[in-house]
Design a protein. Sequence first.
Lengths: 477, 404
Amino acid sequence: MTRTTGASLAKGVTQSYSLAMSFMNSLRPGGRHGLSSREERDPIGIAVAAVSKLAQSDLIDRVGLRRQAEQVVYSTTRNGFRVATAAGRRFARAGSRSQGARPASATSSGVFDLTPTEDEQMLVDVVRELAAEVLRPAAAGADEACSAPAEVLAAAQEVGLPVLGVPEELGGIMEERSAMAGTLVAEALATGDMGLAVATLAPGAVATAIGLWGTEAQQQTYLPAFTGDGGEAGVPVAALSIAEPTVLFDPFALSTTAQRDGDGYVLDGVKSAVVRGAEAELFVVAAMLDGTPALFLVESGTPGLEVEADPSMGVRAAGLSRLHLSGVRLGADALLGDTDAIAYAECVRLSRLAWCALAVGTGQAVLDYVKDYVNEREAFGEPISHRQSVAFMVADIAIELQAMRLVTWKAASRAARGQDFAREVALARQLCTERGMRIGLDGVQLLGGHGFVKEHPVERWYRDLRAVGVMEGVVMV
Amino acid sequence: MINLETPRKQAGLIDQAHQLAMNMLRPISRKYDRAEHEYPKELDMLAALIDGVSETGATGGAGAGGVRRDERAAESTTVRNGANMASALSIAEMCWGDTALLLSMPRQGLGNSAIASVANEEQLERYAGTWAAMAITEPGTGSDSANITTTAVLDGDEYVINGEKIYVTSGDRADSVVVWATLDRSKGRAAIKSFLVRKDNPGLKVERLEHKLGIRASDTAAITFTDCRVPAEDLLGSPEIDTRSGFGGAMATFDNTRPLVAGMAVGCARASLDLTRDLLEQAGVAIDYDRPAQSQSAAAAKFLQLEADWEGAKLLMMQAAWMADNRQPNSLEASMAKAKAGRVGSDVTLSCVQLCGTLGYSEAELLEKWARDSKILDIFEGTQQIQQLIVARRVLGLSSAELR
């Protein structure tokens, strides 16, 4: 009894000591709460920090001072809350390790032309309707909840978005896989909402990657779940994960590593921008193998995997998460594509292309919205659009948006024809990052105070458009 | 099918223009920048060469004269890459060589574009082979070209023109001038017509040549018209004052020429990009398209930004030309192209001087010259602000009375 008390006392002391230590540690400014390590706290600052710490305490939550609703969305809207990955389905192994099917490239007549093919146009029309009727109305709620509603995901699946990049011979819907069609679709989808577009396109990125670089075994093991209706479980939630939470992130110099282990691999590291991480059943994870980046197929439920919600500035409907990998053992058949970074570089480029298309679609949403707003909003006795400073801002949005679109289309059409598109996609990304962000910024500015509040969607587009320059992976055309 | 490459059938023409620019324009580029107002005699041979090439049909109608929209062409669903695209791309190549010399090209004046765009069949035949400058701007009238004060009064079977025009490109060297004048100032823009005036007309006098910031090899003239009599059949287009179609006729020329001026900016800027990239590489700065810009040197990151904007300008230019070739209305897209290319031209050429330091600033290289030449491209054929105005009105659906 005494011993027990003593032990628990000792434990209590240790606990309070370590709490105190962790509190003191938390007072070191560097890297937390947006403070640089050059900041210093004086005694008053420490006292204020202590009060602040108390105010953040779980105690307040326990006595019910916080809104219940906040607790419900805790796991998706709060970071620092880790759970194991979803139990996941069993993907039945099939096929041989020989090279899988490879889609043919489109051919060109050599004529400069900005007209989509009939198939592409039909697809775009359907997706535009989906964007307007389903995505846009759900956007604000999904942004708040940090998750995509089931109806939206189901509608996207019905349209066939997850298998858009998978050729017909592998069970897809398009006769030939086309980066151009994928680009047009992503653009159209983002006119509804970027966050929901990312949520609905993410599984397709994994399916497309397997279709492009998978072995026959990988294609036969994983694609049926995407191309069929996935049985009762539906199309698997899947995430293409390249980004890492580091400054100056370079997808060709990853911190996540893959060590050879027998004829398999062991993965360690942290990935970020993982779409719907808690629900995902299949990840494609980028890691350095012998100093070269490579892609690995990782099924959820594999020991050593943990996900942590990572709500970010925007694209919140996609349920962004971090994926922690510690000693994750994979078999020899987990490697997707080659080991000399040829498939990997193409993956990075195709993914950047998809982000460009999303920027163009979102930019179009901004333009359409502000156009009507400045024509209706009156100041000084006339619509504000009658003033050059306002009108010229709208003109510049229109000009830069069209430039973004054309540069993106050029990269996409080159990719579809199997031509080198490294230069074109780099330029598209540069333009869509800088000019796209400017469109978000000006969109809010044109609405003034109304742009800053959530009554209008422009503040969300502002946050979403910032993503284009920082994202790697996630989506792919 | 979407494809934004240089049209395959025009690749040969573009290569030819590039070779001409490299081997005939570049060698004399600095010479005539220094010797402002001196006639670049080398261009006569170049013009003959271009005529020769045109006659073989290999150019597909290149040159500033080939922007007429052929309304008689059979309605067809096939996508065309025609004269507008060929002109824009070959002009870009020539301006990669030297913008001022392109503007000085005999028989390729802006007046020729106006003739090609609005003249009737009989006039086209009569004016074949002329070198026509374009006279719009007046001392008191720049961007508001509907406000011009030069008058044309019908007297028997002749018009009598009175007024003063400035900034007439090739105004001294051309053998004729297309002059904008109003038939009736009270009727506004609808009464503005263009007339072809021969340079030997005694009522026409070249008053002076301007000394300029850039495009110094091109002569820019001030011209007065004093009781200048021209035959009535030298009025281009219809003499009717149609208040409904109004200014449209005259302005239609711009829908065709703005992509060409965008092409000039695209070409001039690419000269700067090409050289700067080479100089950077010699200095050990390589541009990597896969690695994030911010993980590369600041110079490489800047270069990527410039190249991206340049690519956007070029594709906007190609879009506007493509629409013209396919008989789609392209006022909006032509102005978008001109606006983007104009500002990108300045940004690229000035930034390349910055990247190359005093090497770029010195006359030892041509970078400083391109940074001077490019400025005019954001001014003539409608300034940046006029293009923004046109784009804004179109996008917002506003009239010129609502958005002034």
